[in-house]
Unconditional design. Sequence first.
Length: 262
Amino acid sequence: MSSIKSRRIIDLSVPLKNDIPSDPPNMRPHIRYSSHATGALEFEELFPGLKAVELPDGQGAAIEHVTLTTHSGTHLDAPWHFHSTMNGGERAITIDEVPLEWCIQPGIKLDLRHLPDGYVCSARDMELALDRIEHKLKPLEIVLINTRAGAAFGAANYLDCGCGMGREATLYLLEQGVRLTGTDGWSWDAPFSATRRRFTETRDPSIIWEGHKAGRDIGYCHLEKLTNLDKLPAKDFTVICLPVKIAEASAGWTRAVALIDR
């Protein structure tokens, strides 16, 4: 394997920011910034007798107070998020139990930006996308789905953008040994707004979160809210997406990157 110095790094992670529609309102992150001046006053409390003006330039530490869910920003979902069981009945693993070898593997990008918002991908869509890049999947390869949602991140309609992965499409990947996938959409599944319309018409509960629920059959993880997938080649890159280790959690924040040979 070539060294990191001989590779180009593509950042696949979105930033945590206040006041952008990256999630439904009740799930959006909130960041309170504390200045160097405030930090100097806090140092006064930590060191009795200290005056803030005695510190270099009168400055202490800048810090941030963050309120968020484990699904804020770019994150890795564990099988526990999808259901309490996986692999046909085993207890689903939480994010601190995800095998780290799943998280550092060769990546494959499937460009599905031509598919309309709300479309639910099938196994045939996966076959066609792989045929277009002349690739046969190998076990543990990380499959990234480039949808129309990537270009809409931060916009008011982001949550409604992009195609989604149906149960059939998800199992098609998992049955070939894939254990970690990703999307630039808010969800691995089709946007909730599109699924809600379909459910209203059909009253079929099996269409709700069907891509996620495929994990009941075969346990897997997926990344959500990726970015810059349009900058990736179709293959010949490595994905690194180690999640923050949160005990018994359904997901972990992730600074996902791709390494591309120069």
